[in-house]
Design a protein around this ligand. Structure first.
Ligand SMILES: *Cc1c(COP(=O)(O)O)cnc(C)c1O
Length: 248
């Protein structure tokens, strides 16, 4: 299952789902690509059997490294598995990790970046980092509501803290919003994917993001919508974001 679902901006209740999965004797495999380093994700406490993440999202570095945590239950399944595997053979990795190494040539350049990123993560503290993502996502969500746009994920408790999906106002297209905000303000917002393409746009608060980014992105969005002819109380989104950040 996916913890923070990037195409919709929904967060799954992994803790509850894992306890149900455990009751049925199955193994849980969690995609934590946009939740690890952004939202609380506690494999031991929640009973996640396998947790996977990647370098290109919460870890703030380019793509190319994957991280995997597996508990004893998962290792038991591994031991009993009859499918041959070479590249994905965990045993080779476990053996190498114990020797502080890797079984194959790793992407050494990315390890240099990772070293710095981990230093930053340690300095901020993972709890503070999670809290920052929540604060930014909630400020963005309240700003979006304040300018009268509809959120794909209605309730805050079900929302990802990494990405927020938004419906465009009636009569204004997602490609027009994306093009204008990029050209006028150099702000990138993502389109929807597959069935949601051109139906929603997505704003990220993942990784190396600060209050200024949230305030300026909301301001850029307001100016974009104003230019495209959407009628709303100009400035209300920015004001709401600033207040939410001050209180959060
Ligand atoms: C980005 C992402 C991935 C990895 O997809 P890539 O196309 O390899 O970047 C996996 N799961 C989630 C939830 C993601 O957001």
């Amino acid at each position: 299952m996916t913890h923070s679902e990037t195409s919709t901006g929904a967060a799954n209740d992994v803790k509850t789902l894992c306890s149900i999965i455990r009751e049925h004797g199955a193994i849980s495999v969690v995609d934590g690509v946009t939740s690890v380093c952004a939202m609380e994700c506690n494999p031991d406490e929640w009973g996640i059997d396998v947790l996977v993440s990647g370098s290109q999202k919460g870890f703030m570095i380019p793509p190319g490294l994957a991280f995997l945590v597996a508990n004893e239950r998962a290792w038991k399944v591994y031991e009993e598995c009859k499918h041959p595997s070479f590249y994905w053979d965990w045993k080779a990795y476990r053996k190498s990790v114990q020797a502080d190494s890797t079984p194959f040539t790793p992407a050494v350049n990315l390890f240099c970046g990772l070293d710095k990123a981990l230093e930053m993560i340690k300095e901020e503290g993972i709890e503070n980092m999670n809290a920052r993502h929540k604060r930014h996502a909630m400020a963005l969500r309240s700003a979006i509501r304040a300018i009268g746009l509809e959120l794909v994920v209605k309730e805050d408790k079900n929302a990802s803290h990494s990405i927020t999906s938004i419906y465009p106002p009636e009569g204004i297209s997602v490609p027009d919003i994306r093009k204008t905000i990029k050209e006028d303000f150099d702000v990138l917002v993502a389109n929807g994917q597959n069935a949601l393409k051109d139906k929603i746009f997505r704003m990220g608060t993942l990784g190396f993001v600060c209050d200024r980014d949230v305030i300026s992105a909301v301001g850029a969005l307001e100016a974009t919508l104003h230019k495209l002819g959407y009628k709303f109380e100009l400035g209300k989104g920015v004001a709401t974001a600033i207040k939410a950040l001050a209180e959060g």
